[in-house]
Design a protein. Structure first.
Length: 187
């Protein structure tokens, strides 16, 4: 696997998961850790939360196909299972925006090429609200320079709103892992 390809822009539908301290056990329950490969992990992301709450965003038809996950503080805390970022990636998540992330979870995401961008609480709440209001509106996370990025949404009424926020974005973009059998092109 190589990481010579860098992404500086990630675009797709957003999916808001509200709440703080969402640990890796909630992202992927322990009973799914017995799988030999990660191939089917995506279908089990937030499995228990989806069963307990039929209105969970990962159950919502409007959020299917979303690739930018917007979360609260301390997302991915708890045990250091690498299955949690694998489940999110295989569900289709390509970027996370949140207030903070569990340290090991953050490292596992970055190793998979999933940037974890840090935003202020006000910006997280604004973005979650906007996605909830217009779930089919694309969200773009764009690296402009070292340590900056932009969240851009275009609400349904064709008005344009941009919010510039400081993020922790690695120099030169985010590594996008590729293999010779399945080359990926950055967006």
């Amino acid at each position: 696997m190589t990481t010579d390809c860098k992404r500086t822009r990630i675009a797709g539908l957003g999916i808001p998961v509200t709440g703080n301290d969402i640990d890796t056990d909630r992202i992927i329950p322990a009973r799914f850790l017995k799988e030999v490969t990660f191939e089917t992990m995506g279908e089990h992301a937030f499995e228990d939360a989806k069963k307990q709450n039929p209105e969970h965003p990962f159950n919502s038809p409007a959020c299917q196909g979303a690739s930018v996950l917007v979360v609260g503080q301390n997302f991915g805390c708890g045990s250091s299972r690498e299955h949690a970022p694998q489940a999110l990636m295989r569900w289709g998540i390509r970027a996370l925006v949140g207030g903070s992330f569990g340290e090991i979870f953050f490292g596992n995401c970055v190793m998979l090429g999933i940037p974890c961008l840090v935003a202020s609480q006000a910006d997280i709440e604004w973005l979650q609200r906007e996605i909830g209001r217009a779930p089919q509106t694309p969200v773009t996370v764009r690296g402009r320079r070292l340590l900056t990025a932009r969240l851009i949404t275009q609400p349904v009424r064709s008005t344009y709103r941009a919010r510039t926020t400081g993020f922790d974005l690695p120099p030169g973009g985010v590594p996008w892992p590729t293999t010779s059998s399945s080359p990926q092109t950055p967006t």
